[in-house]
Design a protein around this ligand. Structure first.
Ligand SMILES: Nc1ncnc2c1ncn2[C@@H]1O[C@H](COP(=O)(O)OP(=O)(O)OP(=O)(O)O)[C@@H](O)[C@H]1O
Length: 621
């Protein structure tokens, strides 16, 4: 819980301006209520029912606590629900001062999938977010739940409640599965029924990992020769009911490494990972399901970190770097599925994301769903921290395009039920399309848990063994992976062609400029303007600047690697540009480094988070 501390000059001011701030906020609320008609509960529910997003981003603002109310603290955060056509929003009101010294209230808004205010119950939060991870994990997929938020914002409160509900539903669903298979009443089967649940709990602290069940044993996260991620040396325990699971989680949480910070003496400074492996004993061919419950370390700004010693500052830098990588992985993985843009999922750049390889890998054939819950302290004194949290999580929300960009007829995502059945009949003599996919579209069949897919195939007759069913599942999923890869390669090629053209034009242009002093001057001016723009972006929109630098890096990367797997015609085009590519790429990356240096020059006020983004971009080369 947040420790009390002396109010700074600014905090004092904020509390003394209460009347003014509340009046401004009320004015703002009236305006947005007028602009966006209230969403009916039915509309919200309908939205939830249709929610088949792979990544769900939500925020929960806790109430102002009685002790805080006593100190005169009041809330400065407003949330609105999303509707069929509108997105859920969080508004943060901050007190600022104009140049003439008069106060003003600035409001920043962020779009999320779900925004919960202080009236939301734990059940409501769970039902709309984490609940959908259960069928995915039981069905052989990967469900991940991340909690993030400033210390004292209610992370533990929310996560503990959700973990309890997950434990309850996991075992209840396992019983229902058995009941559906055998017709045995649920109360007559054991809690775990046809599943084996194994739990481990560890923390990632910088580049080191420690077992939280056998504390302080060190464990290592590594990729084996088969590309599987192993957590070597970790202690795993089998659990048979919700109580056992919750006891283990509580035991791990007790060992959680904590350290004093300026803000809170029990602030978490490591990422805690609880992993539940789920084996379907009835369908041994199906992949193991994975459920990750991750309590992320808080990100701290430079101002908070100034009280830290060198070691703590380095630790914080590692944390911020891993948070930046995690953000790229979640966002880019969602983009890779939804769009034809070239995306790079840098999951190898941190221990945390390497651990979640199965969820991030573009060639993964498993259903994955990621839920991010950010908790907010609504206090007017904590708007800086709330903005930090929101700036971190809101870019994770990826818009679902109205029409899929994927037009490849080979991609099952776009198949109707008729087309899907045709494919099944054409590719298997023993699997009956009416049993495997009586009504589903291609997209719906891809959402089906692997074990259910295998179950349905096996029901087609005695000749269909689980092994055959599993091979058919892989064959179906390969279509998706191939289609995605092809789309990306096509896109890379288009970019490459464009670069080749631009470079030809550029060289012509350079030649003409060399002989034209006026044009040379103009070019110099243009360069200066560009540098100015970069400098300004550091202040105004570091996120946008980081994205721009990242796009430059990706372009350089494509230029250097696009020669792979091309047709002869494409390859000759490639060769044309390839001669100087290595040299050009080096120069380009050096230039990017210089841009970052220039942008950061003499800027001690940039947050640790901002620096970490740039550091991560550099290290990704
Ligand atoms: N949604 C909520 N409704 C009511 N009280 C809440 C809610 N969320 C948090 N609280 C209360 O706020 C206080 C801080 O919450 P909590 O300890 O969960 O924060 P935290 O983010 O986990 O902090 P830390 O990182 O320091 O452990 C607690 O007293 C908790 O009971």
């Amino acid at each position: 819980m947040a420790q009390q501390h002396d109010l700074s000059w600014f905090e004092d001011k904020a509390l003394s301006q209460r009347e003014f701030i509340e009046k401004e906020m009320a004015k703002f609320t009236r305006t947005i209520m007028k602009e966006s008609p209230e969403t009916s509960p039915q509309e919200v529910e309908a939205n939830v029912e249709d929610d088949d997003r792979d990544v769900v981003i939500c925020v929960r603002a806790r109430p102002v606590l009685p002790a805080e109310l006593e100190r005169g603290i009041f809330p400065a955060i407003l949330t609105t629900d999303g509707g069929v056509t509108t997105e859920a929003k969080v508004y943060v009101h901050s007190l600022e001062y104009k140049l003439n010294g008069l106060p003003k209230v600035t409001t920043k808004d962020f779009g999320v999938d779900y925004a919960f205010d202080e009236t939301a119950s734990n059940d409501q939060v769970y039902n709309k977010t984490a609940k959908k991870l259960i069928p995915i994990a039981l069905g052989g997929g990967v469900g991940s739940l991340f909690a993030s938020g400033q210390t004292g914002s209610g992370k533990t409160h929310t996560m503990t409640a959700i973990e309890n509900l997950i434990a309850r539903d996991l075992f209840q669903s396992a019983q229902e599965y058995r009941q559906n298979q055998n017709g045995i009443p649920a109360d007559q089967v054991s809690d775990s029924a046809d599943f084996e649940f194994r739990v481990c709990f560890f923390e990632i602290l910088g580049n080191k990992c420690y077992d939280l069940l056998e504390y302080p044993n060190e464990v290592t996260i590594m990729e084996d020769v088969l590309g599987q991620i192993q957590v070597n040396g970790v202690h795993e325990e089998q659990v048979h009911n919700p109580d056992q699971l919750m006891k283990i989680i509580a035991r791990g949480a007790e060992h959680r490494k904590t350290a004093a910070t300026y803000k809170n003496d029990t602030s978490s400074r490591s990422h805690a990972v609880c992993r539940i492996r789920i084996k379907n004993l009835r369908q041994l061919e199906a992949e193991e399901g994975l459920l990750y419950l991750l309590d992320l370390a808080g990100s701290e700004s430079a101002a908070d970190s100034k009280h830290h010693d060198k070691e703590r500052a380095k630790e914080k830098l590692d944390i911020n770097k891993s948070l930046a990588t995690l953000k790229d992985c979640i966002r880019n993985r969602a983009l890779a599925v939804l769009s034809t843009k070239h995306v790079h999922v840098p999951y190898r750049n941190s221990r945390l994301t390497l651990l979640l390889k199965t969820a991030f890998e573009l060639s993964s054939t498993r259903a994955c769903r990621t839920v991010v819950i950010a908790t907010l302290n609504p206090s007017v004194l904590d708007t800086g921290h709330s903005l930090n949290t929101l700036r971190y999580i809101s870019p994770l929300k990826v818009e679902i395009p109205v029409t899929s960009e994927s037009t490849s007829p080979e991609d099952p995502t776009s198949w109707s039920n008729t087309k899907l059945k045709e494919w099944v009949n054409e590719h298997s003599e023993v699997i009956n399309a009416e049993i495997l996919c009586p009504t589903e579209s291609g997209k719906q069949l891809l959402k089906l848990p692997e074990s259910t897919f295998i179950d349905r195939c096996v029901k087609c007759g005695p000749t269909v063994t689980p092994k055959i069913a599993k091979a058919f599942y892989n064959k179906f999923w390969r279509l998706v992976v191939d289609a995605r890869t092809k789309i990306r390669q096509d896109k890379d090629l288009a970019i490459l062609r464009n670069i080749a053209e631009r470079r030809r034009d550029g060289q012509e242009h350079l030649k003409s400029v060399q002989n034209d002093p006026e044009a040379k001057k103009r070019m110099e001016k243009e360069r200066e303007r560009h540098q100015e723009w970069l400098k300004r972006m550091v202040d105004e929109d570091p996120e946008k600047l980081a994205q721009w630098v990242e796009s430059q890096r990706i372009a350089a990367e494509i230029e250097a690697t696009a020669g792979d797997g091309m047709s002869p015609e494409e390859y000759s085009l490639w060769l044309e540009t390839n001669k100087e590519v290595a040299e050009y790429r080096q120069a380009r990356l050096k230039e990017i480094d210089e841009w970052i240096d220039k942008a950061l020059e003499g800027r001690d006020d940039i947050s640790v988070g901002g620096r970490a983004i740039f550091a991560a971009l550099r290290s990704m080369k």
